[in-house]
Ligand binder design. Structure first.
Ligand code: SAM
Length: 225
């Protein structure tokens, strides 16, 4: 019978592809990719010659039903995104939900994602945490920050490099200047950088050194004291 398999792909270091991911990609009847140009490079590197079908936020609403019916007909469909685990701040959720509604099998391979290494390396409590993904860029950003000001669990955010300093300034404003945080930049890549300190210290650092690349911010939760 057919099924949907979410296949995590490297977030920077090609060696992070798993053996199972390679097998699944080799055996899948259909590979759906967020950006076929990005993923065709990966498949070329893995020496997998297969046609890729585009599945991204601009067409997922339209194509989901036909993909589910393909799986019902017995096809194995693999879904990959540009980097990391599909459905995590990436396309995938709508398709998974549609499969669940139709009682079609869904599987997700364990593998690369940016949030877990960032949390684990941060030195902040890992026992309980919340993944916030990207903060709203304009509308709703302040409301979100106000709600999170009392969050006791460690928080994990994805942020673009040109909004990092702004985010850190807002964390100082809404959460307090002494709140601890960890900025993880370019995880698994040659220029990986991990920076720990208070949100104020990190704000000063990144104002003086405007960053490039991909960033995860891990922020301490509000302490009970
Ligand atoms: N699906 C991905 C995952 O599982 O982590 C996330 C995709 S989201 C569109 C891209 C964001 O993830 C980036 O803006 C950055 O916040 C984070 N990210 C991805 N790769 C990263 C890396 N190598 N180092 C730090 N952050 C990364």
């Amino acid at each position: 019978t057919g099924r949907l398999i979410l296949v995590p792909t490297p977030i920077g270091n090609l060696q992070d592809i798993t053996l199972r991911a390679i097998t699944v990609l080799k055996e899948a009847d259909i590979i759906l990719a967020e950006d076929t140009r990005v993923s065709s490079k990966l498949l070329k590197h893995l020496e997998i010659e297969k046609k890729l079908t585009a599945h991204h936020k601009f067409n997922e609403h339209k194509t989901t039903a036909s993909i589910v019916s393909k799986i019902e007909q017995g096809y194995t469909v693999a879904l990959i995104s540009d980097a990391g685990t599909p459905a995590i701040s990436d396309p995938g959720f709508l398709l998974v939900r549609a499969c669940v509604e139709k009682e079609v099998d869904v599987e997700c391979l364990p593998g690369p994602t940016a949030l877990i290494p960032a949390l684990a390396v941060s030195g902040l409590p890992t026992e309980k945490f919340v993944f916030e993904g990207f903060l709203p860029q304009k509308k709703g950003r302040q409301t979100r920050l106000k709600i999170l000001a009392v969050e006791p669990r460690t928080m994990v955010f994805y942020e673009s490099p040109h909004r990092l300093a702004k985010a850190l300034a807002q964390f100082a404003e809404y959460f307090g200047e002494e709140r601890r945080a960890c900025v993880c930049r370019e995880l698994s890549k040659f220029f990986e950088e991990i920076n720990r300190g208070t949100v104020t210290e990190l704000h000063e650092y990144y104002t003086a050194h405007p960053p490039k690349g991909e960033i995860v911010i891990v922020v301490e939760g509000k302490s009970a004291k």
